[in-house]
Structures are given as structure tokens and as C-alpha cells.
Design a protein around this ligand. Sequence first.
Ligand code: DPP
Ligand code: ZN
Length: 858
Amino acid sequence: PAIIKREDYTPFGWVVPEVQIEFELGLELTRVVATLKVERNTAAERTPTIRLNGDGLTVRELQCDGETCEGYMMDGDDLVVTLPGDNHALRIVTEISPAANSQLMGLYASNGMLCTQCEAEGFRRITFFPDRPDVLSTYTVRMSGPKAQFPILLCNGNRTATGEQGENHWAEWHDPWPKPSYLFALVAGDLVARSDSFTTMNGRKVELNVWVRDGDLERTEHAMESLKRSMKWDEETFGREYDLDLFNIVAVSDFNMGAMENKGLNVFNTKYVLADPETATDGDYDGIEGVIGHEYFHNWSGNRITCRDWFQLSLKEGFTVLRDQLFSQDMGSAPVKRIEDVRVLRGVQFPEDSGPLAHPIRPDSYSEINNFYTATVYNKGAEVIRMMRTMAGEERFRAGTDLYFDRHDGEAATCEDFVKSIEDGAGLDLEQFRLWYSQAGTPKVTAKLDHSGETAKLTLKQHVPPTPGQDSKRPMPIPLKIALFDRASGTHRGEELVVLDKAEDTFAFDGFAEAPVLSINRTFSAPITIERSAPREDLVFLAAKDDDPFARYEAMQELMGGHLVAAVSGELGENERIAAQADIARAMGAVLVDESLDDLMRGELMTLPSQSYLAEQMLVADPTRIHEEREALKAFLGKELRDEFHALYDRAEKAPYSLDLASRGARKVKTLVLAFAAASDPAKAVELAAHQYDNADNMTDRQGALMVLTGIDSAERTGRLLDFYNRYEGNALVIDKWFSLQASSLHPNAIEHVKALREHPDFTLKNPNRVRSLYMAFAGTPHHFHSPDGEGYRMIADLILELDPINPQTAARFVPPLGRWRRIEPKRAAMMREQLERIAAAPKLSRDTFEQVTRSLG
Ligand code: DPP
Ligand code: ZN
């Protein structure tokens, strides 16, 4: 397959100011008549032809300026038409079969309704078109179909006319805002709406609808409230006002992604719309609020200003992730949200950045763009912009984003345009900072604090590791928030921002009669790893006293992680183990009883470093040993702090259900206590968990209890799993949880369970949520995926081969776990490679899977 390179960008030879499309809708057959007004792009080289992208389409009819056109040829899937003049109208007829579209790209059928997904290159599966984000057009759409089957007809923009014709009805929609084809959307089906309105900062009333299937309406309140909060927040925080009279959200159960920001018609995975206390966890509520915000915020950062080409994806995604993170911080607990975001970054993006698929947030080449919707482009992209914000301060950063929105409104822009706007608007010099856009890899910073006389000297060194295609790196500017604590008083004199922009630098701080304790990368001000080789007593100190919640969490993580890495390496003597465990227990004990902490934050401090984050800290990891040591520490703490854990549980159990932060915190610590009990006293854990399950009045408690029970062989396990299934049979999102819990459990036979669940009547490869609920949960659970006999690798490879012909985009997402082989001990590494080679040898692979497998084999 062809490699597309960022440096090869050229503007398109034509502009397409207006598009008119007629859809005659049917599940089996939909006829599409598109009329494109095309004009020569005076800013581009003159060409005798226009290339219209297609994917699996055939031309039924083609007219140019009202006459049948013969002057065209097919080039692969694309249609190339010869155009003699400077202005033409092209009329193109295509026919597509939504019911046969299992890729869920383009126009497809889901549960009897029709919907679209066009980002990145799905529009070319509907009609022939210059399917690239720098071609902006206004769209007028007429859709018609059987009224009984599709009573609701939705498209982008505003509805301008409707009518009936026998059994059929039709609607016309017009979107006044020029947009690229990837933002096109159409929905037709039997839907009901929760309706509301929002009055904008300039007093315009906007009609809001959340469309779902009949029966789901009661579960849309949180989505609607989240939407209204997003609209208000974007006005207050970024000065962005909504720009149409109507905003529609539609929930769809078959969806490759989380959601899609189509102009005025966001299409969502049901997972990010439907919630009530009985069926959704606190985490689900947060996910909905975050994704609703994310898609809404795209209206400015993505739609009003879009991307020039797909290499610029982080322009809209990195910025919009930052915006949704800041929104969620403001809506809930800011420190806990920050910790959660860092956990995702370190659990998903760091491994990507240190593996064969590493790429800069602005990639240089790709074969299949779907493979670049990554944690790097999204989450590291957000961190990079967050660093600009940290260096500029909130106010100047806002001046920078204001300038960006002013300067580039209505354009298809580049990452460079964004950086330049922040540079000019915020008054920052970002010349060297641009390296964050071009260099891949997670920088490693070593920090050493020396003390002599009255001076503390901080020496910082950075190293950016080599990544595929980038052997040597230049030093990057790394903004680090630091504080120096006085040991005796437990306080510091103020936070400082130091920017390390060389390979090595030293910063001196005067007035310290005694050696202070270093708190560094506070709030996780830079997306890097720090090696500070702090003595354990300093970490215990920070875990108890640091006033930056992230740094306090980090001290706990380092305290536990440092011990676990040493224990796994086998270098730990018995006395050292005892001493380390005692320090951890002391720190954890203090956390359990600290009255200044809220329970949400307490829960963060109680959380052990994940297996994948621990593996990331080792050059070559042995997943079995990591799991054993991690469970051993849990068991030790569970025994050592038994009374404190139970006292905490008893207190938390008394909190009545509500969505406020205290009540959520209580639920979080309860399930954490159960998990410690499961490791130290399984019989007691079963008793407590069964009790929690039986008395639960909400999904968070019920799922937490079932999670613990699923890991422990017992009659309670069998009974509650059965109860859960029976209770929620037919509710797809909850049945997804049932699959996930079993696939990610601590139960030693989980592999067998997954194999059995694969044969369950509710399992299907056609629904991405269901596939992910079983197999992503499994692949993300190292102690099962890395089963020593290689069975986990075989199962994932089998899945990829089976899913690839059905849904390549989702299939390719399962390749990265196998691609980690270089960082796994040699015996397993060989088996992982073997499975990658087996996939690579398959006769017909999609471009998606082929690219990921070849890159992973390296
Ligand atoms: N729907 C995806 C997102 O919002 C792609 N744009 O991130
Ligand atoms: Zn997005």
C-alpha cells in the first residue's frame, strides 16, 4: 500500500463551494445523487482533471453541466474526470448498500436505523468526492424514505423543508457553515428525543435534542445536562458561542469510536449517552460528561477551524482533549481528574511512545490514517498544549487561543498555525518548543539535588530516546513545576517553574540551612518520566505532606513502584523487602485516616501502580513476576492495615447514593478496600462483596462487588454472575460490563472463561462495543494476555484474523498489544512475534491491519 507523506502536501486543484445531495434511503439499497459545483482553485497548479475519491463505489451516472459525461476513468477506486473549463457542475449517481456495510464507515445500518461515520475517509464510501479536509463546501441535502421505517430524518445544519409522498416522506436540510466532507452526517430511523434549549451569551436560543431508541429516553438526562454545561463552559472559558439554531445528538449502538463531532449533528456511541444510577457507574457518568464536552468543543476546535490534512489531526484532537480535560476538572474534582488523565497517558501513551508504533504528535507519514487516532495524537497532543498554557499562564494562553480562533476561523489550518497564534497571542517564544511536534519518544529527566552551605543545587539532565525513524533527538524545552520542602515544618516557600531546555542544566536555590525535599513535575507539568532516586523517607514525607495532590499521588506511586520494580528484578534482600513494605504500610496507613483528604483523592492514593506502568519501567518485563509481586504487596497491605481498611469501609458504607463528590468517593474507597481484602483474606472479601452486591442501589457498588467476586472461585461468584446477567439481559451496555468483568478478572481460569464467552449467544463480532468488552478487556489484562503458554497471544491473533474482513478499523486496534514484544522476556517475545508473523502471512489483510503488523514486526 502507498505511503502518504506530510511533506508531499499540495493544495487541491479545485474548490467545491456548494454540494447538493439527494438520498433515496433504504437499508438494502440507498441511491445517492450528488451535485458538485466545482471551480478552479487559483491558488493551485492548473490540472486538466479532477480526482474524486471513491471506496468500493461504481459510477451509475455521470453528468457534467447537464450533459452525459464520457470523459472519465477509474484510477483504482477513484474517479478521475477531465474538465476543460474553470467552472462546472458535476452530477454523480451512486448506489450503496448500508445493510452490507460491516466496517461502519460511510452510510450503514444499525439496529434498523441508518447513520453515517465519515471521519476520516468514510464519505468516499457514499459518493465520489474530493474527500480531504481542506476542501470546504456548503451542503444542501434532501433525503426521502419510507415514513414508517424512518420517521425521523436528520442531517447537518437546519431543517428547511419537509413533505410527504404516499408511504414516503422527505426532509431538506441546509448547513450554512462550509465544512469538509468528514463532518457530513445523516441519520434516519425510529427515534425519540429528549428536548431542551440553551440561550447563548448573545441571547440566541438553541434547540437541543438527544435522540435515542424508544425506551432509552429516561437514561438521557445526564447527557443533556452535560451538553448544557459544555455550552456554558465554552463561552465562559474560551469565549466560544454556538453558531446554529439547532444541536442534535444521536446515540447509536454500533460505532467504531466514542463519538463524532459532525456539524450540528453529533453521532455518539450509546456508551457515551445513556446513564442512570441502576445501569451506569460513576466512571460512566464521567465518561459521558467528558465525551459530550469533547464533541461539543470540536464545534470550534475542529469544525469552524478544521485541519488542512490528516497529519494535522492533533491540531483539533490534542486541543479538544485539553479542552475536555479542563472542562471535567472544573465540573468535578480537579486534582483527581488530573491524576486520571495522567494515568491514561502513562498506561497507554507511554507504551506507544516506547514501542514500534511510536510517532510524533504530528506524524510524518502513514498508510492508513485510521491507525493514527492514537493516544499520542490525542493525549500527548493535549499535554503539549497544556505545557504552553503552563508556561504562558491562563490569561496569556487565552489571548493566544483568542488570536487562533480569530485568525483562522473558516480555514483548514495546521499545527504550525496554532503554535504561531499562541506564540503571538500569548507572547511566548516557542521556537525550540516546536520539537514537541516533530520528535517522538517520552523524554527521561534525571533530577539530582545537592546541598552545601545554604544552597540547594538542582541538576537536571534530559534524554529523549530514539524511536523508529528518529535515531537521534535534540533537547526539548521541559517546563517543570518544583517546590523545595523544609523537612521540619513540612512547608515550602512557593512553587517555581523551571524550564529545562538543554541536555543538562543546574538551578541554584539559596537560603536552605538544611537539605530540602524536592517535589518535582508538580501537576505533571510535563509529559516525561523523572528519575530522582529519592530516598524512601523523602517519598514517605511527600506522600504525607505534599500540598500538590498530583505530587502526593506520585510520591505514593514511586514508593510502591520503586519497591515492586526492585522486587521483580530479584535483587531485593529479605531485610530490604521488610523495610520497604513497612514504609509503604506506614504511608498507606496515614492515607487511610487522613481527615484532610476527601475520599476521591484518598482512593487515588490507595491505588497501586498498574501492571503496564510497572512493565514500562523495566527494559524487559516478566509479566508473571510483576503480577505476583503486585498481588503480594496488596496482600501484605490488606493484612497489615486490616483494621484501618475495615473502619474506612464501615464509614463509607453509610454514605447514601448521590452523584456528589463525597458519595462517589465513598463508593470508590469501598471497592478498593474489597480489592485489598481479596488479596489478603479472600473468604472475608467474598462475604463483604456478596453483601455489597446484594444491597447495591447503584451500578458502581454492584459492579465493584462483582469485579471482586469474579476473581475468587466461590458459590457467590457463580450466583452473582448469573444474577447480574439475568437482571440486565437485553441491556447491551450492561451486558458489555458482564463480558468485561470476566475477561479482566483475577481468576486463574480467565482464558477459559473468555473462550466460553466467545461462544455465548450474546457475543458478536459485528458490534465493536461487544468485541472490545470481551477482547480489549482481556488484552489489557497482562496476567492473562501474557499467559506463559502463549494462549493469550494466539487468541488475540485469531480474533484479528477473523475480525479484519468484517471491521478492519477495529481489528487493527488489537495489534499494538502484540507489538510490545521487544519489551517482554525472550520466551514470550518469540511467541508474540510468531503470532504477528502469522497475521502478516494471511492472504488478504486490510490496509489498517497490514500497516500495524508490519510496523510492529519492525
Ligand atoms: N470522533 C472522534 C473524536 O471526537 C474523531 N474526531 O475524537
Ligand atoms: Zn475529537
